[in-house]
Write a protein that binds this ligand. Structure first.
Ligand SMILES: Cc1cc2nc3c(=O)[nH]c(=O)nc-3n(C[C@H](O)[C@H](O)[C@H](O)COP(=O)(O)O)c2cc1C
Length: 611
């Protein structure tokens, strides 16, 4: 197999990867600024071809595999209609190319619909004596650290706001706290539908992945955000991050101190780090973010973060019900996760930060005929990670371009406008301009030479990217590339082996039609905005990843997120030398190989086990 053939005078790429492999230095130690806990964590948790993998447990302690289902008991449970009454089916491409349908009013049925198409179970699988559940939203290792909570006006008791925890195994809501009647506009502004908050139980990922787990938890938050935003769109709702809330506000909202294990004293974290034993506090939820759901088109929706924060203080005094179940008997404390999570907390809105809603921008359309005849609801519930790709399927060039058009944050822009602001679905859930680009390894796309390509998702970064990357890259527009698609060919050549090597030797990265690394502007973002952007950069990659999953299924193939990759190997390939840009998530898209030994069972009713 041909490896990347460099143009004359250029340093060969594969040898460059080998140089990384042969060097005895750990991943980018010199590039780690000690003043940034986020950058320190990031460099420390790099997988390296030479220095080895980030610190983790080595082997899996199956007896302590965390329960994937958090439950609060006793707490009043509201079973959600299952399946929800079918709403008007939205053809998948219409999600991106047509305005959203008229908004559904909030009811248990519409809430059920939202969760059924975003965070619910989508199947049970069984093989070799094991049975496990899978969900609409993906998760690294299928460990599902992400928990969801909904604040809404109880349709059965108008005027009463209730905060409920979503239990996906049984598709029900557990009421945790009910607010006394009164003016609640500070929490749920007029015309808003509901607030949906996400939290993470880091332990679920740390059990398998050790120190790198914080990255994966935040990828999963991003996937969940996109899943919710897309499901909301099928109901005629918009979804926008309430990013002016502090971590403390969010902790109050989801009740992290109510019925949950008590926090560990800081000295205890150090003492038990890396050793096995009971440490129930690692099962605490970390509050990640909250979304406002509101009828699409209500661009005038107003949020006063100061009033909302004050109203959330009252949550400390509410009567909370239910105690969290224990997820494991014994734990291992990977202390850097908790220290970093603490250091990257957001404490208050940025100066001048206000909630605002951008006009609903549609994505660019090449042809809807490229998609299978599926509804958006079918695509999201059928999404599945490929465990391997067939190594033969060739994707059409138009299909490839169409998928990438749906990956653009601003959707269709008029001539002269540039990609950057996140105004197209589902990216519009995030209030900042895009920071994440994609370096693509094209393996099997008809009419496109194999090679390394680059999708510039924020065109303001174009010059900086060109300057930061190898100077011998071509930056040529590929044949037939639509005008509105900022895609560039960097270099021709067969990158299959390279992609596999970079992705922790996983064939899945080379056997598909294309794979990619998501390249984020990194250190300048942490410097300019703050350490709290660290998790948000991963959320952005998760949102993009969710689009790739759905697009692949909608054209009849599959995809898989790749969290395991050698960080500095991809940087070396691109010529990135410092922390200005970092690769935060990898992905592969292609025709899946189906494992026929695995039996598929319906999501509901399930076998009633916690797996
Ligand atoms: C953040 C993230 C990282 C992942 N990393 C890998 C990976 O490195 N290799 C792999 O084969 N699958 C990877 N996956 C796929 C998961 O294993 C898969 O999502 C999980 O088993 C659940 O299956 P589902 O996606 O079909 O629901 C990753 C998924 C996510 C969300």
């Amino acid at each position: 197999m041909l490896l990347l053939r460099p143009p004359r005078r250029a340093a060969p790429l594969l040898p460059a990867v080998h140089r990384v492999a042969m060097s005895s230095t750990p991943a980018s130690p010199s590039a780690t600024p000690s003043s940034s806990p986020a950058a320190e964590y990031h460099c420390r948790t790099k997988h390296s071809l030479t220095a080895g993998y980030a610190r983790g447990p080595g082997r899996l302690d199956w007896a302590n595999q965390p329960n994937p289902f958090l439950r609060f008991s006793p707490s009043p449970a509201t079973p959600l209609p299952n399946p929800p009454t079918p709403a008007a089916a939205v053809p998948y491409p219409a999600l991106f190319h047509a305005p959203p349908p008229p908004p559904r009013p909030l009811s248990l049925d519409s809430l059920s619909d939202l969760l059924f198409h975003s965070l619910a179970l989508s199947a049970w699988k069984s093989a070799g004596g094991s049975t496990w559940s899978l969900r609409v939203n993906p998760s690294s290792g299928n460990l599902h650290p992400t928990e969801a909570h909904v604040l809404f006006e109880d349709p059965r008791a108008p005027g009463r706001l209730v905060l409920s925890h979503y239990a996906p195994r049984d598709h029900l809501l557990e009421a945790r706290a009910t607010l006394p009647a009164g003016d609640r506009s500070a929490l749920l502004p007029p015309r808003a539908t509901a607030v949906l908050a996400l939290s993470s139980v880091f332990w679920r990922e740390a059990w398998k992945y050790g120190e790198r787990a914080l990255r994966y938890c935040n990828h999963d938050v991003g996937h969940a955000l996109a899943a919710v935003a897309l499901a909301a769109a099928t109901l005629g709702w918009d979804a926008r991050l309430l990013d002016g809330l502090s971590d403390q506000d969010l902790g109050r909202l989801v009740g992290v101190d109510k019925g949950c294990p008590a926090p560990a004293p800081p000295d205890k974290i150090k003492m038990v780090s890396g050793k096995k034993g009971p440490a129930p506090w690692v099962e605490r939820q970390h509050p990640d973010c909250a979304l406002l759901l509101f009828p699409a088109g209500s661009e005038e929706t107003e949020v006063d973060y100061g009033r909302m924060s004050d109203a959330l203080r009252e949550f400390d005094e509410l009567e909370w019900v239910g105690k969290a179940n224990a997820l494991s008997k014994d734990h291992v404390v990977w202390d850097v996760i908790y220290k970093t999570a603490e250091a990257v907390k957001k404490h208050q809105p940025m100066p001048g930060e206000r909630f605002s809603v951008s006009p609903w921008n549609m994505s660019s359309k090449l042809s809807e005929g490229l998609y299978k005849d599926l509804t958006a609801q079918e695509v999201v519930r059928r999404r599945r990670s490929a465990v391997d790709m067939d190594g033969t399927h060739v994707m059409g060039k138009e299909e490839f371009y169409q998928i990438l058009l749906h990956c653009l944050p601003s959707g269709e822009v008029s001539p002269g406008e540039r990609q950057g602001p996140q105004s197209a679905l589902p990216f519009r859930v995030l209030p900042w301009d895009a920071e994440v680009h994609a370096a693509l390894f094209v393996h099997r796309v008809s009419g496109l030479p194999k090679g390394l390509y680059f999708l510039v998702r924020n065109e303001e970064h174009f010059d900086t990217l060109r300057h930061a990357m190898r100077q011998d890259f071509e930056w040529a527009r590929p044949d037939g590339c639509p005008d509105g698609l900022p895609l560039y060919r960097l270099m021709k050549g067969d990158c299959q082996r390279l992609a596999m090597q970079i992705s922790c030797m996983q064939d899945i990265a080379s056997h598909g039609c294309f794979s990619l690394g998501m390249i984020a502007r990194f250190e300048p973002v942490l410097d300019d905005k703050g350490e709290w952007m660290y998790p948000r950069l991963f959320w952005e990659t998760g949102v993009l990843g969710q689009v790739l999953y759905l697009e692949a299924h909608a054209v009849g193939i599959s995809a898989t997120g790749i969290g395991c990759y050698f960080d500095d190997a991809i940087h070396e390939v691109l010529g990135l030398k410092d922390l200005e840009f970092q690769s935060l998530y990898h992905f592969t898209v292609g025709a899946p190989v189906v494992d026929r030994r695995i039996m598929s069972l319906p999501a509901y009713p399930g076998p009633g086990i916690d797996a």
